[in-house]
Design a protein around this ligand. Structure first.
Ligand code: SAH
Length: 371
């Protein structure tokens, strides 16, 4: 809580330790904003929704989404929209407040759940929490971009004697130096977090992500809405992915703890399992497929047509390449969604031939139908 990376540093952006998609291009957040609007329409335009972002970083993604909501204000005019940010970093929450409200926020240090409130530049109420469980229940759209990869993992190694946990120890030979060791016997974590059907020899498990996904799945089952998770990750196939970043370079995870961003790939198969069937899931699909399905090419064309100087056009093309190129962010980042079961149910034509036309496909996970 006091010495962790996000409390002390949390350097996102070019001058920091790592850069994320919303910081690269406004188009990223705009397309995600359209995804939520499309799900809101498919749900029959409920009278109110909450946008809940977990780990909002500098607030850029929410800012881009709110700009889309503003542009579509005639569509949303009768809808009561509020924004709920789940953030543990005092430093980043200040940056978010500046970005989203211009700094006009009210701190609530006495309140155990909402520690800050404000109104966005576009007139939407904003609330800050440390835990998603404190966000009021209700029809909600959840967003987690590069959030789950930041949560702590357990590491396990299969040995001849069974599963052992990878632990961190002080090197007895070198003072101030940490090292990895294997637990001499099984641990509570090896007994509880490894799936019986596991075939890999080395596994990383993030129980905190499991708890949060269970919580989101319960909330969507009860209150409706959808969750969009975007992160680098795999579908239960990768093994050792734990690494550190500092000043945009790989950094030894054990050296100078608290000064580098520590990250591990998200295991989407684990997230799917942790929904416990309470919601349907879609994906993971590659970022370049999701953004293409959401119409990124068309949006790029419009922005290129509207920009008249070469530098802006080059910047647009460069950021498109960063997001879409399979060798850059296009292939390693994935999109994954949680949706109420009825959203994906096919109408029963045989038994109920009078049933209404099927719901539109979920945008992003199949090609967007442009009229
Ligand atoms: N979504 C942003 C930032 C990603 S960095 C972007 O894409 O640019 C990870 C974010 O999660 C940071 O805002 C960090 O402060 C926050 N975070 C890390 N651990 C958290 C936790 N346990 N609970 C809530 N937020 C957390």
């Amino acid at each position: 809580p006091t010495q962790g990376y996000y409390t002390r540093r949390g350097g996102i952006g070019e001058s920091g330790d790592f850069v994320t998609s919303p910081e690269i291009s406004q188009v990223f957040g705009e397309l995600i904003g359209i995804w939520y609007i499309s799900e809101w329409i498919a749900a029959g335009k409920p009278k109110a929704f909450q946008l809940v972002e977990m780990g909002p970083g500098r607030g850029t993604l929410t800012d881009d989404i709110l700009r889309v909501f503003k542009q579509l204000s005639s569509l949303l005019s009768k809808c009561d929209v509020s924004v709920h940010l789940v953030e543990v970093s005092p430093k980043l929450s200040e940056i978010q407040a500046q970005m989203l409200t211009g700094g006009k926020v009210q701190s609530n240090p006495e309140d155990k759940s909402v520690y800050m409130k404000g109104i966005s530049k576009t007139g939407i109420p904003l609330f800050w929490y440390r835990d998603v469980q404190d966000v009021p229940l209700g029809y909600s759209f959840y967003l987690a971009h590069e959030f789950f990869d930041a949560l702590p993992i357990h590491k396990f190694q299969r040995t001849e004697k069974g599963w052992r946990e990878v632990l961190v120890d002080i090197d007895p030979e070198v003072p101030d130096q940490l090292r990895f060791v294997l637990s001499p016997s099984s641990t509570p974590a090896t007994q509880n977090f490894i799936q019986p059907e596991e075939t890999r020899d080395h596994v990383e498990v993030c129980p905190e992500a499991g708890v949060i996904i269970q919580n989101l799945a319960c909330r969507i089952e009860k209150g409706g809405g959808a969750a969009l998770v975007a992160d680098y990750g795999h579908d239960g196939t990768k093994t050792d992915t734990f690494r550190g970043f500092r000043n945009h370079k790989l950094h030894d995870v054990l050296s100078a703890p608290g000064t580098a961003d520590l990250t591990a790939d998200v295991d989407f198969s684990y997230l799917r399992k942790m929904t416990q069937g309470r919601t349907a899931t879609l994906g993971p699909i590659k970022q370049r497929e999701f953004l293409k399905n959401m119409g990124i090419d068309l949006r790029l064309q419009v922005l290129l047509q509207n920009s008249h100087d070469t530098a802006t056009r080059e910047q647009l093309l460069h950021s498109y390449d960063m997001l879409m190129n399979p060798k850059k962010m296009g292939d390693c980042f994935n999109f994954f969604a949680l949706l109420p079961h009825h959203r994906l149910a096919r109408p029963d034509k045989k038994h109920k031939p009078e049933s209404k036309s099927p719901l539109p496909p979920v945008a992003g996970f199949s090609e967007l139908l442009l009229k």
